[in-house]
Design a protein. Structure first.
Length: 117
């Protein structure tokens, strides 16, 4: 499995941005995927996940209502729609595969989002 995140950049506070994560290798629709981020001098933080099969969604309280995770299995792509961005959303954003027992066994290279106030 290979994951490649993209879509980061410099955005103004209050704006929106959509990140993408292109997957290759094992069938994308056979596993759950998630988004994480790591801000400056912060620990990596879980943001959202989407389960395979049921497509059930999970969000952290910190982004619930502002960020939306989705997946397009036909395009092998995971998305993160981010709205009403704040300076504290500045971080490197990562996508990851959720393997057996919830183990995050594959990670994409991150994409940097910088929110200017």
């Amino acid at each position: 499995v290979q994951l490649q995140a993209s879509g980061g950049g410099l955005v103004q506070a209050g704006a929106s941005r959509r990140l993408s994560c292109l997957a290759s290798g094992r069938a994308f629709n056979s596993y759950s995927v998630a988004w994480f981020r790591q801000g400056p001098e912060k620990e990596r933080e879980f943001l959202a996940a989407v389960r395979y099969g049921t497509s059930r969604l999970y969000y952290s309280d910190s982004v619930k209502g502002r960020f939306t995770i989705s997946r397009d299995n036909a395009k092998n792509t995971l998305y993160l729609q981010m709205n009403s961005l704040k300076s504290e959303d500045t971080a490197v954003y990562y996508c990851a595969r959720v393997g057996s027992y919830g183990i995050l066994d594959y990670w994409g290279k991150g994409t940097l989002v910088t929110v200017s106030s």
